[in-house]
Each structure stands twice: as structure tokens, then as C-alpha cells.
Write a protein that binds this ligand. Structure first.
Ligand code: NAD
Length: 503
């Protein structure tokens, strides 16, 4: 892989050339890459330099129709008849090809999302782990034999839906493709995937790398905008199951569109996740972990731990250590592995800035950051400093709404009950961090906090096998564990009457 050690703009221009030379970012349908039916394109930006990376086919309903037809044919012809072991072998072979291209896929993610190259490599590698996990886990799927008495025999089968749709956000393109498409295919379905308009490149490339490995039509990718290709997937009559990751308002629209055909949905939505530090915590570990919890991927993670809820006795010590760690972070060229690159796109940075202004108006105090970096080199991109607020009230909008940027804030508590009330006092319920040395308190808090994943004395940690998903408005359903395979299959009960055996 090329070393990008030049100036930021020169680095990115040469990386864009490296990453896109000879690649056509089209609609991937039936094992071939094509122009969109309307022959339209769009061009996502490299957020570090605000310059377009490549022309991408702009799919509409007709492209989704073609992809659904290809996915249905692949399901009928072959994929629907494969054994879990055969499907697993094909998925593993494809994953091997993707691993051979890991650096290429990571470079595309860095360019389209703005994340540091080392983080992009780690995220892509984890996405590939998920493909392999589901390929293996599907082999172990079992039905059941309910007791129904001696006059009949009953068993259950789990059957795939057929054609399924996956709608992806931009923050972890290959990782979330692994979560969704991996489970869908391993469970025996075929896929029509709609990547986010801000970050479609790595996903298209990964689908192209399935050519000749997965049967044609098993995986189809229709890039495009939410109100064009996205709605067409969400409401398609011949898509039997939709899995969506993104914001709450769009998740609600997807659910409404799917409701017309009573299509089941899995929704992985936003978060406003608490990070609770009890007075007996290892404060240094909590402070260092809090920084990663809030600022990994520039805070553009559904599971970012943004609400630091810290006991009054350790607040000052925690804040000193935590602010030192925040201020030590580098904002800069993601190709040179600065801790934080730019935010993903222009209007997203605007939204983050508006929240920072709102926080100030609501009476919160900026303790660190709060603006764009001033270095001339960063002026062309969508950079923003890590930002920390103090003097925050739990009812303020910045304490209630998902900012989805590098913005954290501190809230103080005095009793266990108060900590839990504040932790649960939002409409979201995705993840939570708990720092304590007391095992009872850890287990009690894990039970009392309303969230799909609780991390004790660590933050993040979703690996293949651990279910992930939201309580409350953070979503419906679970991904990542075996439950994801359950979401992609439906059960059928079979009853056989047992007659009189006498001769
Ligand atoms: P978004 O909701 O704006 O878009 C997500 C996807 O939906 C995109 O592909 C978009 O094109 C598509 N879309 C938009 N309108 C649509 C419509 N009407 N019908 C169908 N599809 C439509 O979200 P985003 O900005 O891409 O991602 C950020 C959000 O995703 C945050 O809220 C974040 O918390 C959430 N997220 C959740 C998880 C999780 O696992 N819970 C993981 C990552 C991101």
C-alpha cells in the first residue's frame, strides 16, 4: 500500500486515483456491473478535501426492480436449494477474496467516510469476521420438536424469506454489510443492498468481488439516494424482509413503507448512550475509555458513549484526566492516521455545528473544542474539533438528541437511583458503559439500564456472536449474534398425525 506522507490535498488526490483507477462504480445486478437504467450518476465527496471521488450509478425504482428480479431468479434457481454448508463455503470463499483486497476496501472507506486508515482497516476486517461467523453459525441452526402428545408428531423448520433488502448508513459500510448481508445470505436468502449515498464505493467493490464466487444474483447492490432507491427497496412488493440501519425518522418511514405488504423489518437506529462512572471506578481507565467511547469514528457511531454521567466524588479527577486525553487527540489527515479525520459530509458538519451552538444557547459551557480547526490545510475539508460540554442539564436538547459527531458532555450524580434515572431518561436505548469495581453494582446497573448492550469497565465490544440492537426507539430486532439468523428466517410448524400402529 502506498505511503501517503505528502500534504493533505496531494495525498488525497493520489489516493483517489489509486483507489478508483479501473473501477466502475455501477449498479451490481445479476453478477454484472451496469449503468443505472436512467443512465444517471452522482459523485460522493472525499470529506477531507471536499472533492468528488468517482461517478456512481444513481439507481431508481427500475434498478431496484431489476435487482429484485435477479435476486428472485438466483433464489429459485439455486441459492434457495443450497445446504447451509454449501452456502457457508461460498460465503467463506468470497470473504477470502475480500481479505485479499482488504487494503483496497479500507482505502475506499477512508476516502468516502473520512475515517483514519488504521480504523478503516480494523472496521473492514471486523465486517469480514461477521461474514465468516454467520457462514459457520448457519450450519448449527436447529429446529425443534415440541411435545404434542402421542397421537401426532410435530417439528419446526426455519425457512429463509427469499429476496431480502438491506439499507445501509454511511458510517461503517463494510462492517454493516457484514452484519446484514452476511446474515441474510447465510440464512439462505438473496439480497438487494442499498448503500448510503455518502459512502457507496466500498460496498459496490465488495459486491463486484463476489463475481464468479457467489452465484449471479445472490448479492445485488443498487447505489442511490434514500428517496429514490431507498424507498423502492423499503416498499417493494417482492422483497420479503427488510433490514434497515440508520436514523429514527427514516426508520419510521421504512417501517411505514414495509407495512403496506406486512413485510417484516429489522431496524437498527440511533443512540444517545450513557457512560456511567460510579465513585469506586478506576478513574484513569474510565477517563481513557470515555474518550474512545465518544470520539472513535468522530462520534459518528450509533453506539457512541456521549453522555458521561459521573459521580460527584470523582468528577473533578475524572474531568482532568479525560480532558487531557481529549486534548491529546490529533485532528488531521485520515490517510496519515490522525486520531480524527473530517466529518463525513458538509451538511452533517453543519448539523453538528448547529448542535454546538444550541448547547451554548441552552446554557452549557464549552470545556474543550467547539469549532473547526484553524490550520490552513484543513480549511478545504469538513473537519471539526472534539468538543466537550459542562454545565449540562439532562433535559437540554443536546443531552436528549443524537448529535452523531465528536461532542460529549458531563453530567454529575450523587445517588445510584439518580444515575439510572438519567441514564434511562432519553427516548433511545442502544448501549451503555458502566464503570465500577463492585460486581453487585455492575450487575444491578446492567439490569436497570434500558439498553441492548451494556459494557462494564470497557466500552464497545460487539463481536460475532454477541447480539446487538436497541431498546425503545433505538430499534427492533437484533443483529450480530445467532438472533440475526432468526431474524432472516421464519419458522414453520409441521404436524403429522400418528395413526394406530397395530397390525
Ligand atoms: P439515514 O437514516 O439518513 O440513512 C440511512 C439509509 O437510509 C441511507 O442508505 C439512506 O439513503 C436511506 N434512506 C433515506 N431515506 C430513506 C427512505 N425514505 N426510505 C428508505 N431508505 C431511505 O442515516 P445515516 O445518516 O446514513 O446514518 C446515521 C444514523 O444511523 C444515525 O442515527 C445512527 O445512530 C444510525 N446507525 C445505527 C446503527 C445501529 O446498529 N443501531 C449503526 C450505524 C448507524
Amino acid at each position: 500500500m502506498t505511503d501517503y506522507t505528502d500534504s493533505l490535498r496531494a495525498n488525497h488526490e493520489s489516493a483517489i486515483k489509486d483507489a478508483t483507477d479501473g473501477v466502475t462504480f455501477g449498479v451490481v445486478v445479476g453478477g454484472a456491473t451496469k449503468a443505472a437504467v436512467a443512465d444517471e450518476t452522482f459523485a460522493p465527496d472525499d470529506p477531507a478535501i471536499a472533492a468528488s471521488i468517482a461517478d456512481v450509478a444513481r439507481g431508481h425504482k427500475k434498478d431496484v426492480d431489476d435487482a429484485v428480479a435477479a435476486a428472485a431468479a438466483a433464489y429459485e434457481d439455486e441459492w434457495g436449494e443450497t445446504t447451509p454448508m454449501e452456502r457457508g463455503d461460498a460465503i467463506r470463499e468470497w470473504t477470502g477474496v475480500l481479505r485479499d483486497h482488504l487494503d483496497d476496501l479500507a482505502l475506499l472507506e477512508t476516502l468516502e467516510v473520512g475515517k483514519p486508515l488504521s480504523a478503516a482497516r480494523a472496521d473492514v476486517a471486523t465486517g469480514l469476521d461477521f461474514f465468516e461467523y454467520y457462514a459457520a453459525a448457519a450450519v448449527g441452526e436447529e429446529g425443534s420438536v415440541p411435545s404434542v402428545g402421542d397421537d401426532s408428531f410435530a417439528y419446526t423448520r426455519r425457512e429463509p424469506y427469499g429476496v431480502t433488502g438491506q439499507i445501509l448508513p454511511w458510517n461503517y459500510p463494510i462492517l454493516l454489510m457484514g452484519w446484514k448481508v452476511g446474515a441474510a445470505l447465510a440464512a439462505g436468502n438473496t439480497s438487494v443492498t442499498k448503500p448510503a449515498e455518502q459512502a457507496p464505493l466500498a460496498v459496490i467493490r465488495a459486491a463486484q468481488l463476489a463475481e464468479g464466487v457467489l452465484p449471479d444474483g445472490v448479492l445485488n447492490v443498487v447505489p442511490g439516494f434514500g428517496d429514490e432507491a431507498g424507498v423502492a427497496v423499503a416498499g417493494h412488493d417482492d422483497i420479503q424482509k427488510v433490514s434497515f440501519t440508520g436514523s429514527v425518522p427514516v426508520g419510521q418511514e421504512v417501517m411505514r413503507a414495509a407495512a403496506d405488504d406486512v413485510t417484516p423489518v429489522t431496524l437498527e437506529l440511533g443512540g444517545k448512550n450513557p457512560f456511567v462512572v460510579f465513585p469506586d471506578a478506576d478513574v484513569e481507565a474510565a477517563a481513557q475509555t470515555a474518550v474512545v467511547a465518544g470520539l472513535y469514528n468522530n462520534g459518528q457511531s450509533c453506539d457512541s458513549g456521549t453522555r458521561l454521567i459521573v459521580h460527584q466524588n470523582v468528577k473533578d479527577e475524572f474531568l482532568d484526566r479525560y480532558l487531557d486525553a481529549v486534548e491529546a487527540r490529533t485532528v488531521g489527515d485520515p490517510l496519515q492516521n490522525a486520531n480524527q479525520g473530517p466529518l463525513c459530509y458538509a451538511t452533517h458538519r453543519k448539523k453538528v455545528e448547529q448542535y454546538v451552538e444550541l448547547g451554548k444557547k441552552e446554557g452549557a459551557t464549552v470545556l474543550s473544542g467547539g469549532s473547526r480547526p484553524t490550520d490552513a490545510e484543513f480549511k478545504g475539508g469538513y473537519f471539526f474539533e472534539p468538543t466537550v460540554f459542562g454545565d449540562v442539564d439532562p433535559e437540554m436538547r443536546i443531552a436528549q438528541e443524537e448529535v452523531f459527531g465528536p461532542v460529549q458532555f458531563l453530567l454529575e450524580f450523587s445517588t445510584y437511583e439518580e444515575a439510572i434515572d438519567v441514564a434511562n431518561g432519553v427516548t433511545y436505548g442502544l448501549t451503555a458503559g458502566v464503570f465500577t469495581q463492585d460486581a453487585s453494582r455492575a450487575h444491578r446497573a446492567a439490569a436497570d439500564i434500558e439498553a441492548g448492550s451494556i459494557w462494564v469497565n470497557q466500552y464497545f465490544g460487539t463481536v460475532p456472536g454477541t447480539p446487538f440492537g436497541g431498546f425503545k426507539q433505538s430499534g427492533i430486532g437484533r443483529e450480530c449474534g445467532k438472533e440475526a439468523l432468526t431474524e432472516y428466517t421464519q419458522s414453520k410448524s409441521v404436524h403429522l398425525a400418528l395413526g394406530d400402529p397395530s397390525l
